[in-house]
Design a protein around this ligand. Structure first.
Ligand SMILES: Cc1cc2nc3c(=O)[nH]c(=O)nc-3n(C[C@H](O)[C@H](O)[C@H](O)COP(=O)(O)OP(=O)(O)OC[C@H]3O[C@@H](n4cnc5c(N)ncnc54)[C@H](O)[C@@H]3O)c2cc1C
Length: 370
């Protein structure tokens, strides 16, 4: 219903690429992070700009082509790479800015990051303290960002700043800061529960000066722009959660058919059988809803309530499914050498990143006038 022959062809291309270039290295990358060179390989395959304008090296595809990529990454257990492979900037940059920064990120010659979160402000973005003030023909930036994906290796960071601490949502500016700009440093990379192949960094900006032309979009409108970008990101996150959960369910089911206890396959014990049925049913239900939202989004609709609901449910179900899969595998499920252990750790992030469960509920509540 949702995927055309072209999407299915793309799916096969991605699957072949992942089999060849990614899957053999996943275990190693859990220890070492994936190498920067993978961006160029993704870029050569056209996978960093599936939805983007061909003028900047993109493939000009629809939203479902991005979904195919996310689904295949998640199903391959390469979520750490998947979360790193989506350069922002498409919607709001000027043509000149896109040529300079987006095009090389699409080709894989540059690596992109987006930095919103701060040590003292994550969900409550209105409270960020990174200030960018005008000084002659430059912006002068002071502040700190945390939990930034690709932060340590990024060639450029799309930075969320405030012009004025007092102006709430009206005073935000999105600024482009390139690696090597004096005053911009990576203070540390962070150890985390899952998504070990991806780097997550803390960034510091001290008297960091960038040209006025590094403002992305309209002055003072950064918050609105950010919210728009975040809707697409939340939907993609929901799609990845569903695809990951499907794979985890299938793995647990195959295991349960093979593993014997008390004289029969554990899948024939009703409790295990029903667990598997519950997993599959939840995944199928939420997938239908996620695809429906994605269709509306792709058609230019802005269904904030449904996107928030999709993200909330899909990511919770993915964690539940991974948790139940560990239970189905018993002691084996808790071991590193079985994929459900990592599936659980990796899935957990999506209930926090791009807006927590609780923030999704706050957004949904508002749409009902609550
Ligand atoms: C691996 C990883 C990668 C990330 N990558 C990026 C990135 O690339 N760029 C970036 O900018 N950020 C990134 N983040 C940050 C992520 O978006 C934030 O962690 C997230 O938005 C939550 O913010 P916080 O951690 O400050 O939690 P807080 O905002 O401190 O929230 C703590 C708890 O309080 C709850 N809470 C907060 N407000 C409310 C409320 N009004 N009602 C009810 N409950 C509430 C939250 O839901 C949460 O449970 C990443 C995070 C992780 C873990």
């Amino acid at each position: 219903m949702y995927f055309t022959d072209a999407h299915e062809e793309l799916r096969l291309q991605i699957r072949r690429f992942l089999e060849r270039e990614v899957k053999p290295h996943l275990a190693e990358w859990e220890e070492t992070l994936f190498p920067d060179s993978i961006f160029k390989k993704l870029g050569d395959q056209g996978l960093l700009g599936l939805r983007y304008d061909p003028e900047y090296g993109g493939q000009g595809g629809d939203y479902f082509s991005a979904i195919v990529l996310e689904e295949e990454m998640a199903a391959a257990g390469a979520g750490g790479l998947g979360m790193a492979a989506a350069p922002p900037l498409n919607k709001f940059g000027t043509p000149e800015q896109k040529r300079k920064w987006l095009a090389p990120a699409i080709s894989g010659d540059m690596i992109a990051a987006i930095a919103m979160t701060e040590p003292d402000a994550g969900s409550d973005l209105a409270n960020i303290q990174t200030i960018a003030r005008r000084d002659g023909n430059e912006w002068v930036i002071d502040g700190r960002k945390i939990f930034i994906t690709n932060g340590a290796r990024a060639s450029w960071v799309l930075l969320v700043t405030k012009g004025d601490r007092e102006r709430g949502h009206k005073g935000y500016n999105l600024l482009m800061v390139e690696k090597g700009t004096p005053g911009f440093s990576v203070t540390r990379t962070l150890e985390k529960l899952g998504m070990h192949s991806s780097d997550t960094a803390e960034l510091l900006f001290e008297d960091c000066r960038v040209p006025l032309g590094n403002l992305i979009g309209e002055e003072g409108e950064g918050f609105k722009q950010l919210m728009w970008e975040l809707q697409g990101e939340r939907l993609i996150s929901a799609c990845g959660a569903v695809a990951g959960a499907q794979k985890t369910f299938e793995y647990a089911m195959d295991y349960a058919k093979q593993r014997h206890a008390f004289g029969k396959p554990i899948a024939e014990h009703q409790v295990i059988k029903h667990k598997l049925v519950d997993m599959a049913t939840k995944v199928n239900m939420v997938r239908a809803f996620v695809y429906e939202c994605a269709t509306r989004w792709d058609q230019g609709d802005y269904p904030v309530r449904e996107i928030s609901q999709a993200k909330l449910m899909a990511t919770q179900i993915a964690v539940e499914v991974a948790d139940e899969a560990i239970q189905v595998l018993g002691g084996h499920g808790y071991m590193r050498e079985f994929p459900v252990e990592r599936a659980w750790r990796d899935a957990r992030l999506a209930r926090i990143g791009a807006g927590t469960d609780e923030i999704m509920k706050e957004i949904i509540a508002k749409t009902y006038g609550l």
